[in-house]
Design a protein. Structure first.
Length: 241
């Protein structure tokens, strides 16, 4: 006997299979179509949806009591992705968002946004600051890959921001790394406020320091947003533009 639940699951599976079939068909006709078909109409919403899927799995994994159970909880990810075949990716890429994130090992953009290979053009450094090489990488993504969205992702418990708030002596290179973070701070900021200010300032600096990025924003070819990721819940919160 087919229950309502089983019928709904079957319909969902058919819908997902239909998306993949379209991608396969496009790939068979033209490699560029196979790349383009996985680009969402609304990249920011796609990131939000992907993070919601991740956060649900992350929460389930946190409640699990064994490594195997945690693995099974996270195995629910990647089931809704439009996967571009490797044979197509050999010839090119078509990311639909740039993510500037911290190098912290707990903040992996492809994981926290439930994204597939070629979805995200990822730039990482401790403190997710708008350092020169990050901006140059964004310029490349705009100019050569036509990426329409850049999202800065700060995160809870950031060590680089913690170092910027403190007065402990740092190596010359670490002092250079935290300098832009300190420039974003205000007297009396606690860690969470500092993390938020730093993410916002990094987003502002992406266009302030690059004519190419600024022009792309003014022409409507690029949207820049900032956000903060909470490690405990797995959720990414968008900050006000």
């Amino acid at each position: 006997m087919i229950t309502r639940r089983r019928w709904l699951l079957g319909q969902s599976a058919l819908a997902v299979a239909g998306v993949f079939a379209l991608a396969d068909a496009a790939g068979a006709e033209d490699p560029s179509d196979a790349l383009a078909i996985c680009r969402p109409a609304d990249p920011l919403q796609a990131l939000i949806n992907g993070n919601a899927r991740f956060a649900a799995a992350w929460s389930q994994a946190d409640r699990a009591t064994t490594p195997l159970a945690r693995s099974r909880a996270l195995n629910h990810l990647w089931r809704h992705n439009c996967i571009t075949p490797a044979s197509t990716l050999v010839g090119g890429q078509a990311p639909w968002a740039v993510v500037l994130a911290c190098a912290d090992s707990r903040v992996a953009p492809e994981w926290i946004f439930d994204a597939a290979p070629s979805d995200l053009f990822v730039i990482r450094s401790a403190g997710n600051t708008a350092f020169d090489d990050a901006i140059a990488s964004l310029e490349y993504a705009i100019d050569h890959l036509a990426v329409p969205l850049a999202l800065v992702v700060g995160h809870s418990g950031c060590g680089a921001v913690t170092a910027a708030l403190a007065s402990d002596p740092l190596t010359p290179l670490l002092s250079e790394l935290v300098a832009p973070i300190r420039a974003s701070l205000q007297p009396g900021d606690d860690l969470q406020q500092a993390i938020t200010r730093n993410a916002r300032r990094s987003a502002e600096q992406l266009s302030a320091k690059s004519d190419l990025v600024r022009q792309a924003v003014s022409e409507g070819r690029l949207t820049i947003r900032s956000s903060v990721y909470d490690i405990a819940t797995g959720r990414v919160t968008l900050l006000n533009a």
